[in-house]
Design a protein around this ligand. Structure first.
Ligand SMILES: [Zn+2]
Length: 377
């Protein structure tokens, strides 16, 4: 995420050591010599605020193609960040807006794209990023970046990392690049005052693998995951042994094919994220929101107790700051799994998190309506 910084744990440690050993104390700088550290820290926070304290983190899509990603692949990930402009507690209006739009209209097409957005609740953030990327300034910066990387851009001023995918100019890169002393001093402030938002399990897993094990340098305090998970992921946790073949009313689980032979309940991106979350000692705020791409009902296929079991080991400062957003459940009689598979009542009595349920797009209805079968609905 930081420009010119090697991302692997070992190389990052060596990189940091080289900066520490060569950093000038900047004794002639009034900023460092006159202002006490407490004031400088307050100034850094004000600088971060100018760029939004809530930021989406995404990875170059071509960089992560398999799970687990080979170390050499993780080390080459180019991370992007864009400001968040979505209130994660706001009502999800996408399905209702889609339902109200006229069949075949441009409005229906727009809401359909938003319903299928991998950014889920953050579809507006995705769209603003896409809009910014169409601007002449974005095109110019992208051109400079490509020139710089190709080696043909002699004399260009591109410094790397903070341009591609950024929805608007940010103030924190200038701060990080001012001098080595400032970089070392303000980097922990950036990580401890920013809420990092992820909308992809593999990207979140790779980021936390890189940045969750050096707590002094990267004291991550606030995270959000807004995930529209695949059927593949939730099926890994389906209690087929308990329910037997008779309980499995859906199609065969697709995770058994040769494309994902190594995935299991114990080895998958979601479980890796949970393991990293358990290890974060500075976590003060954690918001996790889940939906599924599955056409079948959540309450018939997802064992919440099994899928979210590891979250019981995650520690966040206050319980109300640890929010797990899940789909609404129908009455017990209409569910496809026994009650003890759902995070409610006694099952969550001792949980370190609060469960907040809300409506989710009905994927099957969306599928039918997008196919022109709107009926009376
Ligand atoms: Zn957002």
């Amino acid at each position: 995420m930081t420009p010119n910084e090697p991302p692997s744990s070992t190389s990052r440690s060596a990189f940091r050591a080289s900066i520490v050993s060569t950093a000038s104390p900047q004794l002639t700088s009034p900023f460092f010599s006159f202002l006490p550290r407490e004031i400088r820290d307050l100034i850094y926070i004000e600088l971060w605020k100018t760029s939004s304290l809530r930021r989406h983190i995404t990875a170059e899509k071509v960089a992560i193609t398999t799970y687990p990603a080979p170390p050499e692949q993780v080390n080459q990930i180019s991370w992007h960040h864009v400001p968040c402009r979505t209130d994660p507690t706001a009502e999800d209006v996408r399905f209702e807006s889609f339902r109200r739009s006229r069949g075949g209209s441009p409005e229906e097409a727009v809401w359909l794209v938003r319903l299928r957005s991998e950014w889920c609740l953050h579809w507006a953030c995705e769209e603003s990023t896409a809009q910014w990327m169409k601007t002449p300034k974005a095109a110019l910066l992208q051109h400079l970046a490509e020139e710089d990387q190709s080696g043909d851009g002699e004399g260009t001023r591109y410094t790397g990392g903070d341009i591609w995918g950024t929805a608007e100019p940010t103030g924190f890169m200038n701060t990080l690049l001012a001098c080595k002393r400032m970089y070392l001093e303000c980097l922990p402030s950036l990580y401890s005052n920013t809420t990092f938002i992820f909308t992809d399990l593999i990207e979140a897993s790779a980021f936390l693998t890189l940045y969750s094990n050096q707590h002094e340098l990267y004291p991550i305090r606030s995270l959000e995951l807004c995930i529209r998970t695949s059927q593949l992921m939730t099926e890994l946790y389906y209690p087929s042994v308990e329910l037997g073949a008779a309980g499995d009313e859906g199609p065969p689980a697709s995770f058994g094919d040769s494309a994902h032979p190594g995935l299991s309940m114990e080895n998958n991106p979601w479980q890796a994220i949970c393991d990293r979350l358990v290890e974060l000692p500075n976590l003060q705020s954690l918001r996790i929101w889940f939906d599924t791409r599955d056409l079948r009902d959540w309450h018939k296929r997802v064992s919440e107790a099994r899928f979210f079991q590891r979250l019981f080991d995650v520690r966040v400062g206050q319980k109300e700051k640890f929010v797990l957003g899940l789909p609404l459940l129908p009455a017990a009689a209409k569910r496809g799994l026994p009650n003890h598979h759902f995070l409610e009542g006694e099952v969550v009595q001792d949980a370190p998190f609060v469960v907040v349920r809300g409506p989710r797009p009905n994927n099957w209805r969306v599928h039918l309506m997008a196919s022109g079968l709107r009926g009376s609905g």
